[in-house]
Ligand binder design. Structure first.
Ligand SMILES: [Zn+2]
Length: 321
C-alpha cells in the first residue's frame, strides 16, 4: 500500500480529495500542549509488592527474551487482566475539564483496589502512576494540572505489577467532540496495532509486525514513529526483544512460542520530528498536529498470538488477516 497523495480521492471513500477530507491539516492543527504543575507522588500501602527498581533505584533492560511457560503465563495473564481493567476504569473518567492529574488519581486507586503496584511510579524517576499524552505529545506525558479540553485526544498508558509480573496496555481516548480527521487517526492507530498483532506467527521474523503496520498507516496518510518500539515484558518491565512498528528489513529474529512483548504503535498526522521537553520525559511533536497510540501485551502461541491485556469477555484473538 502506497502513501496516499494530497490530491488523491480520500481513503474513506468520499469523492473528495484527501487534503480536503481526512488530510485537512487546518482541522488537525491545535494549540501546543504546555507542561503544567505536577502533584507529589501518590502513596502505595506497604502490603502491595513493589518491583525491584523501586527499592533499589536501578533499572536494567536485559537482552534476554522473556519466555512464558505453564506456570508463569497464568501470572502474566493476571497482571495483564488487571492492567486492562485499570485502563478501562480510568478511561471512563476522561471528559472535558478533568485534569490529567485527576486521571492519574483514578488510575492509582484502580491499581490499589486490585492489589497491584503502578509500574510507572518511581520507574527511573517518573513520579506518576500512568502516562497521559495529550494531542501532540507522542508518549511519556506526565499527568499535571492541565484540564482536558473539548476536542483533545489523550493516550493513557497503564502498567500493573502484580504476582511478580508487569502487564502493559494503553489506549487513546476522545475528549468530548473530536473532529473527524483526528478520530480517524485514533481509529487507524487502534487498527494498526491489531493488524500488527495479527501478523505474529511462531518462526516468522519480528519484522512481520512493521511490515503489516507501516503500509496500513501510510495508506491513510499517517506516519509510524520509528524512535520508539514495543518491548519484551513479564517479570521485567522492559526487556528484549525490541519491536519495531516500521519496516526494518534486518529484523530477522524469529518469534518464539511463549515470547511475551508489547505491540504499541504511535501514529503521527504531521511532522515526524519531536523533542523531549525539559521535564526529561514528555516527547512533543515539533508541530502541533496530534499523535495517537494503542498498546497490548501479547504472548506468542503455537499458531499466532494471544492478546493478554483484555478485560473479561473481550477477545484475546487478533482479527483474521
Ligand atoms: Zn475522507
Amino acid at each position: 500500500m502506497e502513501r496516499i497523495r494530497s490530491n488523491s480521492p480520500c481513503w474513506c471513500g468520499a469523492k473528495t480529495k484527501y487534503k480536503r477530507c481526512h488530510g485537512d491539516r487546518r482541522l488537525l492543527q491545535r494549540d501546543r500542549v504546555e507542561i503544567g504543575v505536577v502533584s507529589p507522588p501518590r502513596e502505595v500501602p506497604d502490603h502491595i509488592t513493589r518491583p525491584d527498581y523501586v527499592t533499589t533505584g536501578a533499572v536494567g533492560t536485559p537482552r534476554t527474551f522473556q519466555i512464558q511457560d505453564d506456570t508463569s503465563l497464568p501470572r502474566l495473564r493476571h497482571a495483564c487482566r488487571v492492567a486492562a481493567e485499570v485502563l478501562e476504569e480510568t478511561g471512563r473518567a476522561v471528559a472535558p475539564g478533568v485534569t490529567t492529574d485527576e486521571i492519574d488519581a483514578v488510575a492509582h486507586a484502580a491499581y490499589l483496589s486490585r492489589g497491584a503496584y503502578p509500574s510507572d511510579l518511581h520507574y527511573n524517576g517518573f513520579t506518576k502512576s500512568v502516562c497521559t499524552s495529550v494531542n501532540g505529545v507522542i508518549c511519556h506525558g506526565i499527568p499535571d494540572d492541565r484540564p482536558l479540553e473539548d476536542g483533545d485526544i489523550v493516550n493513557i498508558d497503564v502498567t500493573a505489577y502484580i504476582d511478580g509480573m508487569h502487564g502493559d496496555t494503553s489506549a487513546t481516548f476522545l475528549v468530548g467532540d473530536v473532529d473527524e480527521p483526528t478520530r480517524a487517526l485514533v481509529e487507524t492507530t487502534r487498527e494498526a496495532m491489531l493488524v500488527g498483532i495479527a501478523a505474529i506467527r511462531p518462526g516468522e521474523p519480528l519484522k512481520r509486525i512493521g511490515e503489516a503496520i507501516e503500509p496500513f498507516a501510510r495508506s491513510r496518510g499517517f506516519t509510524v514513529v520509528r524512535q520508539y518500539g514495543g518491548h519484551g515484558i513479564g517479570e521485567t518491565f522492559h526487556a528484549a526483544p525490541h519491536i519495531n512498528h516500521h519496516i526494518d528489513r534486518s529484523d530477522d529474529q524469529p518469534f518464539l512460542p511463549g515470547m511475551s512483548f508489547t505491540v504499541e504503535p504511535m501514529l503521527l498526522s504531521g511532522n515526524t520530528t519531536f523533542t523531549q521537553q525539559p521535564d526529561g520525559w514528555t516527547e512533543h511533536i515539533d508541530d502541533a498536529m496530534p499523535s495517537a497510540q494503542f498498546e497490548h501485551t501479547v504472548v506468542v502461541t503455537d499458531t499466532g498470538a494471544e492478546i493478554l491485556t483484555v478485560i473479561a469477555g473481550e477477545s484475546a484473538s487478533p482479527p483474521a488477516v
